[in-house]
Structure formats: structure tokens, C-alpha cells
Ligand binder design. Structure first.
Ligand code: 5GP
Length: 205
């Protein structure tokens, strides 16, 4: 039976790199990554129909009216939505679908598809997240501060996802993600303990 995976994380947590590595695994040979629609501006190196389908607000709103989205949300001031027909037809063809969504979108999908596996990736601390955002070099200091304060809200909502993973170390987090997606067994006890500790540390701040 094809599965629907919804993966979220605060910006800079390493979600995209982890998902890309999973997609190279034999286990994921029948998985397809969803391509969303967005009204945000295309970045350099992004191609239409590969990174996103870039729509005007008018086009996006028309698609909302036509009930064309499985979910949609306003993220950092831009609209993002998952094309409904594509998800339904891809699952019907027997492919697993991986959606990389913000927390609001993930929760909307879980409402419509209670069997979807929701996975949330957290950093070990806000300091660690800040270091990653600085190292990534994509954002100004002001944007980094905004992303950090948004991360707090996302972590509060993301703590109730089906699976929580800590990205303290890329290879270990990758194994945890693979386990969460394709095995019904829990990940190692020490990894669970680390996630509990990281989460309580993040929620306390
Ligand atoms: P970015 O603009 O950096 O590519 O993505 C910003 C945020 O929007 C990320 O958290 C990403 O996961 C989320 N996102 C991307 N596509 C969708 C979508 O279709 N729906 C929702 N709700 N969030 C999305």
C-alpha cells in the first residue's frame, strides 16, 4: 500500500538534504517528492516545475476556488499549496508520496489523510539552528532572527507529529528518518532520549 509522508522542520534544520538522501535509497525507489505551487519569487537556480510551480496570486486564488489544493498555507508572507490531483493520482498508481511542508500544511494533510506519517525534524538548540542558518549564507541577520522566532512557534506545533527526529548529526538523523518512514520499529533508545532532551530544551527557551 502506497504511503504518504509529510515532513516538516524549522527553516535551516537540514530537512531538504535529508529528504534528498532518502530519495537515493533503494527503499524509496517507489517514492515521489511532491512539487508545490507558490506565489513566492523564483530564486536563482530554481526551475519552473522542478523546484515549484510559480503562480501569481491571482492564479493561486483561482486554484483555491477550484478546490485544487490538498492543503495551502501562507508561509513567510507567500502562499504555498500542494496540488491535490497529483497526490491522489500518484498514490493511486502505487507510488509513495513525500511532501515537504510547513507545520500548518502538515496538520491540514493529517486531517484529510489520517494515515499520513507526519515527521518533524528539530535542531538540538536554537544556537545550533542559528549557526546553520549563518553557515548556509542565504539570509540576512534580520531574516535569521525572524526565522529563529518563527522556529519557536513551529516547534510548539510540530511536537505532536507522529515522529520526531533530531538533526544533531546528518548521518544519524538520516538513519532515524529512514527508520521513521520505512520501519515500524522505533529508532534506538539513545536517539529517542536525545530527541526528548532536545525538545524539552527547545520548549523551555
Ligand atoms: P521555501 O520558500 O524556502 O522553499 O519554503 C518555505 C517553507 O514553505 C518551507 O517550510 C517549506 O517546507 C514550505 N512549503 C513548501 N511547499 C509547501 C506547500 O505546498 N504547502 C505548505 N503548507 N508549505 C510548503
Amino acid at each position: 500500500m502506497a504511503q504518504l509522508f509529510v515532513i516538516s522542520a524549522p527553516s535551516g534544520t537540514g530537512k531538504t538534504s535529508l529528504i534528498n538522501k532518502v530519495l537515493h535509497e533503494e527503499l524509496a525507489s517507489k517514492a515521489k517528492l511532491g512539487i508545490s505551487c507558490t506565489t513566492r519569487e523564483k530564486r536563482k537556480n530554481e526551475e519552473e516545475g522542478i523546484a515549484y510551480f510559480f503562480l501569481t496570486e491571482e492564479e493561486f486564488n483561482k486554484k483555491i476556488k477550484e478546490d485544487g489544493f490538498l492543503e495551502y498555507a501562507n508561509v513567510f508572507g507567500n502562499l504555498y499549496g500542494t496540488p491535490k490531483d497529483w497526490v491522489i493520482s500518484t498514490i493511486a498508481k502505487g507510488f509513495d508520496v513525500i511532501l515537504e511542508l510547513d507545520v500548518q500544511g502538515a496538520l491540514q494533510v493529517k486531517n484529510v489523510y489520517p494515515d499520513a506519517k507526519t515527521i518533524f525534524i528539530i535542531p538540538t538548540s536554537y544556537k545550533d539552528l542559528e549557526n546553520r542558518l549563518v553557515k548556509r549564507g542565504l539570509d540576512s541577520q534580520e531574516t535569521i532572527e525572524k526565522r529563529l522566532s518563527e522556529a519557536k512557534q513551529e516547534i510548539i506545533s510540530g511536537k505532536d507529529f507522529d515522529y520526531l527526529i533530531t538533526n544533531d548529526d546528518f548521518d544519524l538523523a538520516f538513519l532515524d528518518l529512514k527508520y521513521a518512514m520505512y520501519s515500524n520499529a522505533n529508532c534506538k533508545k539513545e536517539r529517542e532520549e536525545l530527541t526528548k532532551k532536545s525538545l524539552s530544551h527547545l520548549l523551555d527557551q
